[in-house]
Design a protein around this ligand. Structure first.
Ligand SMILES: [Zn+2]
Length: 417
């Protein structure tokens, strides 16, 4: 266990925060520091074909150790951390034999990680927790995933009696700013399918995510002196308000769960002459997703009609752009890749928690690029903030799941012989 803790800590103390305002890949130069370290480490444990491209995407191979054909499988995680919270000077704390009580992350600032608020903590009584010092995020998202993949590969290399096919490993930058899959060379990776190790608690297995679109809606107006405005002024802010009122009530992120979709207004700036409203549209169901996008256009048309005479041209201009799609469509035809992961967990006495993701993963984009890619737990909790923590035992379980999936994939092929 100490080995996995040491490895994890050696990654999280390196700042790899990504930056959505940067145009380069990786978005921040500092991501190279960990990327280069990972390349050396993959070589050192005995991985083959270790490559890093000019955008810092890392790939490596563990060759097959059987004499029959087995599908090539991949394991993927990202080495950047979220720009939502400070990722520099991470000082991890190790809580051994956790007693189920409050954990003082930072006495000076009175920052407490408490099971009264974070109830999940109680499942980890007696385990070894790795936490922050209350001033940064931890970066278990997704350096836990990297730790697990490297450790699993090392274990397989040192344990040749476990039989497996060819395994590919992929580490990416910039997942947290939605670009991790953008420059991922699926052809070069050359796997039949893969798993992102980027979920949260032990047992998570996900192959359904949202269909996602973003909309920018511009409302025009006419500014006239308020004293002489009767019949002349058009206040774009009030039109935007009218638009928002026509969105279905109760369908916001704060009022939905599970498979329920939503509209989420996340930005609004305005003056009398012009108001810009930005919202995102999310739905697991493709038909409902398309319907939601049509509703945006329908409301806009209705308002445009109302102001056609007075304004002379369209007063509402909509731009709706698709962002990503539900990977379920790409994974269901190859459902056995989920079944193998589920079987692996069950054989390890881990209860699979299969649920739809209310968001997207790199795996959803990769699935549409031709690499079906469900998501598996990496073990951490409370991502993107100071309360982030990961139990070492959960990382160890993820290592075992990776090893077991590799083993089962080879075993199922040999059974076909
Ligand atoms: Zn992540």
């Amino acid at each position: 266990m100490q080995h996995i803790i040491d490895r994890f800590i050696s990654y999280v103390i390196i700042d790899t925060e990504s930056d959505p305002n940067s145009e380069t890949t990786p978005s921040t130069q500092k991501q190279w520091v960990l990327a280069n370290k990972l390349v050396e480490e993959l070589k050192a444990i005995g991985m083959q074909d270790v490559t890093i491209d000019d955008k810092s995407y890392i790939m490596a191979t563990l060759p097959s150790n059987v004499d029959y054909d087995v599908p090539t499988i991949g394991f993927i995680s990202h080495f950047d951390t979220s720009p939502d919270f400070c990722g520099a000077n991470v000082k991890p704390q190790i809580i051994r034999d956790y007693d189920g009580k409050d954990i003082v992350l930072n006495a000076a600032k009175n920052i407490i990680l408490s099971p009264n608020y974070f109830k999940d903590l109680l499942q980890y009584k007696g385990q070894t927790l790795i936490t922050t010092d209350g001033t940064t995020l931890l970066g278990a998202d997704d350096k836990a995933g990297i730790t697990e993949i490297v450790t699993a590969m090392e274990f397989l290399i040192n344990t040749p009696e476990i039989k497996h096919g060819k395994i590919r490993v992929g580490f990416t930058p910039d997942e947290e700013i939605g670009r991790g899959a953008h420059h991922f060379d699926v052809e070069k990776f050359g796997a039949d399918w893969a798993y992102t190790m980027d979920g949260s608690q032990v047992g998570e297995l996900e192959y359904e995510n949202f269909n996602a679109a973003g909309a920018k809606i511009t409302f025009k107006g006419k500014s006239v002196h308020p004293g002489y405005a009767k019949g002349k002024m058009i206040n774009s802010m009030l039109i935007a308000n009218d638009f928002m009122n026509q969105l279905p009530s109760g369908e916001t992120p704060e009022e939905t769960k599970g498979y329920e979709g939503f509209f989420h207004v996340h930005h609004l700036t305005g003056s009398i002459e012009e108001t810009v409203l930005e919202l995102i549209i999310r739905d697991h169901n493709k038909k409902k997703f398309e319907k939601r996008k049509k509703l945006i256009e329908k409301i806009a048309r209705k308002i445009n009609k109302k102001f056609a005479k007075q304004f002379g041209e369209d007063i509402v201009i909509t731009e709706v752009k698709d962002q990503y799609y539900n990977m379920k469509e790409k994974v269901l035809p190859v459902k056995h890749i989920v079944d193998i992961a589920e079987k692996a967990m069950k054989e390890l006495d881990i209860k699979p928690l299969i649920k739809p993701i209310r968001g997207g993963t790199d795996g959803s984009q990769l699935s549409y690029k031709g690499l079906p890619c469900p998501n598996i737990f990496a073990g951490g909790h409370n991502f993107h903030g100071k309360y982030e923590y990961v139990p070492a035992e959960s990382m160890q379980k993820a290592v075992e799941v990776i090893v077991k999936i590799a083993e089962l994939t080879a075993l199922e092929e040999s059974a076909k012989k």
